[in-house]
Design a protein around this ligand. Sequence first.
Ligand SMILES: Cc1cc2nc3c(=O)[nH]c(=O)nc-3n(C[C@H](O)[C@H](O)[C@H](O)COP(=O)(O)O)c2cc1C
Length: 337
Amino acid sequence: MIKIGCLDFPRLSLAPLAGISDLPFRMLNRSYGCRFAFTEMVSARSLTYQSRQTIRMVSTACADRPLGIQLLAEDGDVLQRALAMLSENVYEMVNLNAACPVEKVTKKGEGAALMKNPSKLASLLRVMARNSSLPVTVKIRSGWEEKSVNARDVALYAQDAGVHGVFIHGRTREQRYAGAVDYGVIRRIKEALDIPVIASGDALSPPLIKRMFDETGCDGVTIARGALGNPWIFRETETFLETGEIPSRPALQELMQVMTSHLDMCCDFYGGTAGTTLFRKFYSWYTKGLPGVKPLRETAFHASTREQMVRLIRQVEEAAASAGPGGSLSPTAPGTR
Ligand SMILES: Cc1cc2nc3c(=O)[nH]c(=O)nc-3n(C[C@H](O)[C@H](O)[C@H](O)COP(=O)(O)O)c2cc1C
């Protein structure tokens, strides 16, 4: 365990994923070994309005612990008001997003735009450090673009502002989610900082996660796309880090059970139609790389009732069996399949 402020934080955590890391997704990953999860990013301003959508985005349950909340902000007063609304009994950490590359966010001066304005970022972090009794962390990128990679300086500013840990996605805003991860910049941050450094980027399989630890010396890795349709990644990675062995992938039966419980959780949380619609993308992620399922995936994108989706889940085994030998998932994570 790593100490982030007063919090015991595991070396593997579930990263914030907008539109994905809702309560059902977090709970499913927790039941397969995830020991710390984040909400998706929420706007501090929307939090102060308490809109229905925002309340749903940050809603949680007793078993959904420990949990970090991630905020988007560019205004210190709004941030302070949002922090005042967070119950200390619900979240264990508050994280400021200075990494989101989406235009809609950056044009407001939020997310990765803060990489271009380190003094503004530092002032927001000081507001957080002063007004939160929870451990405060920040998520940054390696820089705005290739010619302005400044993550080490930004991380030092953040440390001086009083944050307890730095999360770093080793890509620039310009790269979005593609292209090579800059392991060197993460290593330089780790060497410069006294507080924990948690790395992000291509954490898609146990060997890639080990590579992140080995090449950067980071204290922890936060898993994002590697967990899509793949809650097994947490235990598989722990085993790989301890023994060098990758456990065999789950059998199709287990995959189908997990898909069904995830679907049920989505339907309980959002209602049958909305839950099924939301699950469509998960159907695709869970079945990625399986032989013979392409037509099922296409059909799943039109499923609108739980019963239709359950039928499509049941057909996975038959489709995979008639397409050829198999019976278990491919040995790599979805992002690498
Ligand atoms: C669909 C999607 C949504 C994301 N949403 C967030 C978010 O809300 N907050 C955040 O800090 N990062 C977000 N990220 C970035 C991830 O947390 C992670 O840093 C990034 O995907 C790099 O890790 P990976 O290459 O292992 O996926 C998102 C990424 C994706 C693909």
